[in-house]
Write a protein that binds this ligand. Structure first.
Ligand SMILES: Cc1cc2nc3c(=O)[nH]c(=O)nc-3n(C[C@H](O)[C@H](O)[C@H](O)COP(=O)(O)O)c2cc1C
Length: 194
């Protein structure tokens, strides 16, 4: 029963964990609220990890990108995931923090380094490029090769602490929707109309 995938916080955690464990990339739309022209902005990211205990997840990005500017201004942003095979939409409202090379806390630095370690050579190369979003003025200049274990300064990890989960399963004869809000010591759940 697809419905059972979303009818408890434990089921949702298990569903997300198993998606990540499958080895398939887990793309999600990240919406932020402070884009340069005003209003909201959305783009795809790949969720790379989940701490199901803390309900925190993360993706990597270029610290010079607009989404980092947006999240610095308004750290709340929503991730929207569509699990096609399960016919489930999961909207995760998160409070974000960005961990870059200047991280002071030992735990954050360790996280930054560990995240870099999980990137393939191809993914690492992306962080050697010019500043995202700037005019493509210099043609197809060769990207500097990144070697060694140290991440470049452009590499950042965005960690989202999930504050609310809105899960919708498209089923027959009916759709089903559950909302979970983080409260002191746990989660408050409510079934709502789809
Ligand atoms: C399927 C897919 C996955 C993507 N994953 C990431 C990602 O994990 N991190 C990232 O910074 N950009 C990712 N991108 C690129 C972003 O969607 C976006 O174009 C880029 O980061 C610039 O966004 P910004 O200007 O809003 O910061 C991905 C794009 C696609 C199509």
């Amino acid at each position: 029963m697809p419905q059972s995938k979303i009818n408890s916080i434990t089921a949702i955690k298990r569903m997300l964990e198993s998606e990540l464990l499958s080895g398939r990339p887990l793309p999600a739309a990240l919406a932020t609220a402070a884009c340069a022209g005003g209003g909201a902005s959305a783009r795809m990211v790949v969720v790379r990890g989940l701490d199901a205990q803390l309900m925190e997840l993360w993706f990597s990005t270029d610290i010079r990108s607009s989404k980092v500017v947006d999240l610095a201004a308004v750290p709340r942003g929503e991730l929207c995931i569509w699990l096609h095979r399960l016919r489930v939409q999961v909207r995760l409202c998160c409070r974000w923090r960005v961990i870059g090379g200047n991280a002071r806390r030992a735990g954050d630095r360790a996280r930054w380094l560990a995240a870099w370690g999980e990137h393939s050579p191809h993914a690492r190369r992306l962080f050697a490029g010019a500043m995202p979003g700037k005019p493509y003025a210099h043609g197809r200049g060769a990207m500097p090769t990144i070697d060694g274990q140290e991440p470049p300064e452009s590499f950042a990890v965005c960690v989202g602490r999930v504050l609310q989960i809105d899960a919708l399963v498209l089923g027959r004869p009916e759709h089903r929707r559950h909302v979970y809000r983080r409260v002191a010591g746990g989660w408050r759940s409510q079934r709502v109309n789809p």
